[in-house]
Write a protein of this length. Structure first.
Length: 329
């Protein structure tokens, strides 16, 4: 049997098993079945693209074997991105939870606006060259990028991830390893070049007095809900969601690869001091990192939502979530 036949039979068998699991065990709707199939299609396309990149654009002084770690790292990023197609749609679209990310700082250029985008503003954020919601700040960020590009330098920045419509009680106030703050921080810090995570206004409230550092609680007599007037705690208390807007920020350092050799380093052969060599690089990856950060937040929340509401099918998950929400009234 030829290798092509073996590969064909293996892939066909995998697709058959996946469809059987969906139809018999998981009872996933046809929409989700197509999403899973798209997952594998995208994975195949990205893999082919990366293989082509390794063979046709690799530096002459490096072998294919030496580039395999970079190839694997890129593939892991692809898997993260593709996974975002699945979890939020399966777990959150059915219970009206939405996610959004945008850039609040690029280098020294900051957005000073206190207005946050909603899901209705997603198109405006995506149309921005730097995924910034504030037009004035966007212009300053673009100018900052152009100046850094002219100098052959790179920029870091900060993104803010928002989650609207979350249910109360995701996470745990008892188990140290299930506190939502810690899970979100770990997930975001796992993204390459991310060096800081903030839940709500965590760093700012550290310099305030206690009377000014907490979210006041009010009661909405119309909906029968307890509400917070602000998001200083970022929509979490005691390691659990409060049902308010979830606010998480991630800070990314500037890229280490530069368009001009300026960083001091050491030649590992001669052990002598030298300069880093010039590499083809982007000025910044902050806008793209925001999408990855949005993905990681969604994955963490999806995991906790499934843990809390359970169920063997999407329908059962939705029923459990709605029953829980109704029990709080």
């Amino acid at each position: 049997m030829t290798y092509e036949k073996i590969i064909h039979n293996t892939l066909y068998s995998c697709f058959v098993k996946i469809n059987l699991l969906m139809l018999i065990k998981w009872r996933v709707p046809k929409t989700i079945q197509w999403i899973v199939k798209l997952f594998f299609i995208y994975l195949f396309i990205f893999t082919v693209f990366r293989i082509a990149t390794v063979f046709f654009f690799k530096p002459k002084n490096l072998s294919v074997i030496e580039l395999l770690p970079s190839f694997w790292l890129g593939l892991k990023y692809d898997l993260r991105w593709i996974a975002f197609i699945l979890s939020p749609i399966i777990f959150f679209s059915t219970i009206n939870v939405d996610f959004l990310s945008y850039v609040t700082q690029m280098g020294s250029a900051k957005s000073l606006s206190s207005t946050r985008p909603t899901i209705a503003d997603l198109k405006k954020v995506d149309e921005s060259q730097v995924r910034c919601f504030n037009s004035d700040a966007e212009a300053a960020m673009i100018a900052e990028i152009e100046a850094a590009a002219k100098d052959g330098d790179s920029l870091g920045g900060i993104v803010e991830v928002l989650a609207y419509g979350l249910p109360v009680g995701l996470g745990s106030y008892v188990h140290w390893d299930r506190k939502l703050d810690g899970l979100l921080a770990q997930a975001l810090m796992s993204i390459q070049a991310v060096k800081g995570v903030e839940i709500g206004d965590g760093f700012e409230v550290a310099g305030r007095r206690g009377s000014q550092a907490h979210d006041a609680i009010t009661f909405d007599s119309v909906t029968g809900d307890y509400r917070r007037e602000t998001t200083l705690a970022g929509g979490t208390e005691g390691g659990m969601t409060t049902g308010e807007l979830l606010v998480v920020r991630a800070a990314m350092k500037p890229l280490a690869t530069l368009n001009k050799p300026t960083l001091k380093t050491v030649d590992t052969v001669t052990k002598e001091e030298t300069k880093s060599f010039k590499e083809r690089t982007d000025v910044t990856a902050v806008p793209a990192m925001g999408v990855v950060a949005e993905t990681m937040v969604a994955l963490v929340l999806a995991d906790e939502a499934q843990r809390k509401f359970g169920g063997d099918s999407v329908e059962e998950f939705v029923r459990n979530a709605r029953s829980f929400a109704a029990s709080l009234k």
